[in-house]
Design a protein around this ligand. Structure first.
Ligand SMILES: *Cc1c(COP(=O)(O)O)cnc(C)c1O
Length: 236
């Protein structure tokens, strides 16, 4: 069994235990393998061990891997910061974008989504850590952004994504994820949006995220090992 296959089994076990601890069905929690900085051979190994969904942060790197792995039926998620000039390639080459935090980007993604593809799945990234994070809309901006995005024709607004400030304090982890869950509940109640997704939880805090309702956990280090060059989400 490869190291990656063993790591996938361990993470799967963590997910099942966390789900059981809070009375959730683990089938409702997706494992998104974050493969940024890792070679295509690692993605092949993870696919061979049963994973289909892969998340990337850097567009050029992701596109190169997609070409190299075109023989595999993978589902690609973009989870990094988005500049306007990247929208065309994102709209053409991904199934999900988790990191939309402003309307201009959503409008471009919708207008550039090829007509023959299904609607692009979108999560709105919300900043629940205040000034500690530069990415994500504020909780105050979220209702108007969600209302506008939900009306764009070639996008499907699925839910919210967050990258809380990293902390080992379990209570703080729970509080941040609970805030995300509450914001999604407010949107459902106020705007009748059919949100089914909370993209939250990484290698160090997936248990807290699952306890607070995560439906995608985005896991890099615990599957593929430490990254050779650091790309902490709080600094991008
Ligand atoms: C890198 C990254 C992850 C994975 O983080 P790990 O701590 O390695 O599991 C998850 N989400 C985003 C947005 C990232 O940039």
């Amino acid at each position: 069994m490869s190291t990656i296959a063993k790591n996938i089994a361990k993470v799967g076990e963590r997910i099942r235990e966390a789900a059981q601890a809070c009375g959730r069905d683990a089938a409702g929690i997706g494992l998104l393998a974050v493969s940024k900085t890792k070679p295509p051979t690692d993605i092949r190994a993870a696919h061979a061990a049963g994973l289909k969904d892969f998340g990337e942060n850097y567009l050029q790197e992701a596109l190169a891997k997609q070409v190299e792995l075109a023989d595999l039926p993978l589902i690609w998620h973009f989870i990094g910061p988005i500049q306007s000039n990247k929208c065309k390639a994102l709209a053409e080459h991904f199934a999900w974008v988790h990191s939309v935090d402003r309307l201009k980007i959503a409008e471009r993604l919708s207008s550039l989504r090829p007509a023959e593809l299904p609607a692009l799945n979108i999560c709105l990234q919300v900043n629940v850590s205040g000034e500690a994070s530069k990415s994500g809309c504020t909780p105050e901006e979220l209702p108007a952004l969600a209302a506008a995005v939900s009306r764009l024709p070639h996008l499907k607004l699925r839910g919210l994504m967050a990258i809380p400030e990293p902390t080992d304090d379990q209570a703080a982890q729970h509080a941040a994820f609970a805030r995300v869950r509450a914001l999604a509940e407010q949107l459902r109640a106020a705007q009748q949006l059919e949100l089914d997704t909370l993209s939250m939880g990484m290698s160090h805090d997936l248990e807290a995220a699952i306890a607070e309702g995560a439906t995608w956990v985005r896991i890099g280090t615990a599957l593929f090992g430490a990254r050779d060059y650091p790309a902490p989400p709080s600094s991008i």
